[in-house]
Structure formats: C-alpha cells, structure tokens
Design a protein around this ligand. Structure first.
Ligand SMILES: [Ca+2]
Length: 308
C-alpha cells in the first residue's frame, strides 16, 4: 500500500514536474521563436542586413553568399539563384530580393559591383569622370552611376542620387561611394527625430555626400575628408516648407545656426546614448552666401565634434 502510494506519489510528482518543465520549455521556445522572427533578416557575406532595404558593395568576380531560411527564395535581377552569386566582370548595379514562402519580398538589396580604382587613368579620370588623387587609402573601387540610377535605394530612407558629387553634371557614368556605417547613423537619427515629433521628413536633404578628391580640393575641404570615402553627409531637414534651406526645427521663427545646433544637440545626445550605431563625427555649421545652416554627420568610427 505504502509502496503503491509512494509510487503513485512519485508518478504524480513526475507528471507535475514534467508539465512545468514542458511549460518552461514551451515559453522558452516561443521566446526564441519571436527572437528569431524579430531579428532574422538574411545575411550577405556573413553580415546580417541592418534593414530590409539595404545595399552591398562587391568587386567584379567576387562571390556573394546569401544566408536565408530554407523556405525563402533568393532572386537576383528577377532570376531565382542559389545561396552564392558570382559578381560579373563589369561594374554595375544588381537587385537582390529575398522572398519568403508567402511570396513577399522580405529584403531588397542593391548590389553594386564596383568599378576598380585600378582603372583610374594617369590623369586621374575614371571613364572620363574626374576622381583625382587620394592622399591616402585609395578605395578599391567606386559605384558606377548611370543617368537613370538616382532612385536606387541604399537604405530605407536614402537613394543613391542623394550622395552624388557636384561635378560634371552632364557626364555619365559618374562614380561615388556610400557608407553603410554612416547610413545606419542617418537612419537612426531620422527615425528618432520622427518619433519625437520634430519632423515628418521621409529623408534628410543631403547637401553634400560623396566628394571626389579632385572636388574636395577644389572646395578647399579637409585633406582627409570622410566625404571622399562616401562616409560623410552634410544634411538638414527640409520639408516644412520644402524650400532648399533647413526647417525651423527649434521653432523660434527664424532659420539660423540655432536650428543646426538644435539638430546637432539632438544627434549628439542620441548617438552618445546608444550602442546601436557606431560612433562618428558631428559638426554644426552656420549659413553662408551659398548655403543655409546644416549638420555634418560621418561614420569615422570614433566620436568627434566641432562647430558647437
Ligand atoms: Ca529656427
């Protein structure tokens, strides 16, 4: 009797324990499942995409590996491909989509096969577009930009045409670079300004993005300017009204350096408080004869600030 009771008691205990264990396991599995669902954008060459709309730079002949889930389809320029794609020998832009089991594109990536900097001629030109000479760290290649490429997405809120250098407006192809590090900073800042109700802008106005070394020298900018690497952008908010100058974001009824400073202060406190984006530079600028107030944002990898 005692044995049976003991046996039943143990069985009951085992059952209760098993139910609790299974419940814990289930909660844990659901939690992990949500985690995976929330986090899992595809990875390209080992890097998980930070946004569903993004870009990727490769050299001609490079292999691009795309890590997607088993039920997802990888589509390059409209054709289903495997997990590895061989970049062609010619510079150009390709469109990568990852499509889920329901047929929805869950990631859209502009893949830029770069024009090698080795093709810059002795005069400093790349297919007739003036690059000049880098004082150090010449990039291995450049994004080739044709006349119709302005609207190619490089991140959720930014397009390739926003970052063009202001030289040879009639010449094609043009060449430029964009920086994922700095685009992550710009996206993070824009999203925060919107969530704080400070703007309803879909993007920043990019007054100056990429600069060739030749152009950078012409305007008398810093010798090692991050703009020459596509890693810097001079930006302002311009939607209310859209008139080519910074909006009155500090609400004092005037467009002055105080607006750039307000923007700068917001960006500084935001970037200082987060580890979601890499550190970089921030500069606040007043208006001059040719432009209004603006803020410089770069992705140099360490904090730097000036103009404030
Ligand atoms: Ca103002």
């Amino acid at each position: 009797m005692f044995d049976r009771f003991d046996h039943d008691g143990r069985a009951l205990c085992d059952k209760v324990f098993s139910v609790i264990r299974n419940a814990i396991f289930l909660i844990f599995a659901v939690f992990l499942g949500f985690e995976a669902a929330a986090q899992e954008l595809p990875a390209i060459n080992g890097h998980i995409l930070p946004y569903r709309t993004w870009h990727h730079l490769v050299m001609p002949g490079d292999i691009v590996t795309i890590a997607a889930k088993p039920d997802e389809r990888i589509v390059m320029d409209g054709e289903t491909v495997g997990n590895a794609w061989l970049a062609p020998d010619q510079a150009g832009t390709h469109r990568l989509e990852v499509v889920n089991g329901q047929g929805d594109a869950i990631a859209e990536v502009s893949v830029f096969v770069l024009e090698p900097s080795a093709n810059i001629d002795a005069r400093g030109y790349l297919n007739g577009y003036r690059i000049g000479t880098y004082p150090r760290d010449t990039p291995i290649g450049f994004i080739k930009f044709e006349d119709a490429d302005s609207d190619i997405a490089v991140s959720p809120s930014f397009r390739l045409g926003q970052f063009l250098c202001k030289q040879q407006p009639e010449h094609f192809p043009k060449y430029l670079l964009v920086s994922g590090t700095n685009l992550e900073r710009l996206e993070y800042l824009l999203a925060d300004l919107k969530s704080e109700g400070l703007t309803n802008a879909d993007t920043f106005f990019v007054m100056s993005g990429f600069r060739t070394p030749a152009y950078n020298t012409t305007i008398g900018s810093a010798k090692y300017s991050r703009h020459m690497y596509g890693d810097a952008a001079d930006v302002y908010l311009d939607v209310d009204p859209r008139d080519g100058v910074m909006d009155d974001i500090n609400g004092d009824g005037m467009i002055t350096k105080a607006d750039a400073d307000y923007f700068f202060d917001h960006a500084l406190s935001l970037f200082t408080a987060t580890d979601k984006v890499k550190p970089g530079g921030l500069g606040s600028y007043k208006a001059n004869a040719v432009h209004g107030p603006f803020v410089h944002v770069d992705g140099r990898g360490r904090p730097a600030r000036w103009g404030r």
